[in-house]
Write a protein that binds this ligand. Structure first.
Ligand code: CO
Length: 167
């Protein structure tokens, strides 16, 4: 296993829609293991494949450090099949380091997809798991948390980002 480099905003790969996984081969197994190791090393509670430079629909999530009832989750080709409620909470992203914002997300989601062997799975989550699922699925669609904030917040983010870049 290896810790991979996490791609950061404004890298283009983070904005591209990822491709569905068709082949659950050993290269995919290695990618998943490396993504898990990279997530734990960061440390973070979730990671999408395009954040490590692979434009495929794979994500890993482990919120057990904060909500211990949930195990490590690996999903390929995920889709949200139902959403319930709405809740605002603080959110950050390993690809946008040093930035957190309060975002509204569905309180509860159901996600259908495939496990690492290519078998159909369904996951239901609330709390941090629900938020992480929505955040990582956004990544797979080329969407970052800064795309979900209001215009004024985005102006402030851009100003701060460009100032940080000049240091
Ligand atoms: Co993220």
């Amino acid at each position: 296993m290896a810790v991979l480099e996490i791609r950061k905003y404004p890298e283009k790969i983070l904005r591209e829609k990822t491709a569905p996984v068709r082949d659950f081969n050993s290269a995919l197994q290695r990618l998943i293991d490396d993504m898990i190791e990279t997530m734990y090393a960061a440390p973070g509670v979730g990671l999408a494949a395009n954040q490590v430079g692979v434009s495929k629909q794979v994500l890993v999530i482990d919120v057990s450090s904060r909500e211990e009832q949930y195990p490590l989750i690996v999903i390929a080709n995920p889709t949200i099949t139902s959403k319930e409620g709405e809740i605002a909470n603080e959110e950050g992203c390993l690809s946008v380091p040093g930035y957190t914002t309060v975002l509204k997300r569905a309180e509860k989601v159901r996600v259908a997809g495939l496990d690492r062997a290519g078998k159909s799975i369904e996951i239901e989550g609330e709390g941090l798991l629900s938020r992480a699922l929505q955040h990582e699925i956004d990544h797979l669609n080329g969407i970052l948390l800064i795309d979900r904030i209001g215009r004024l917040k985005k102006e402030l983010f851009k100003k701060r980002f460009s100032l940080a870049g000049k240091k």
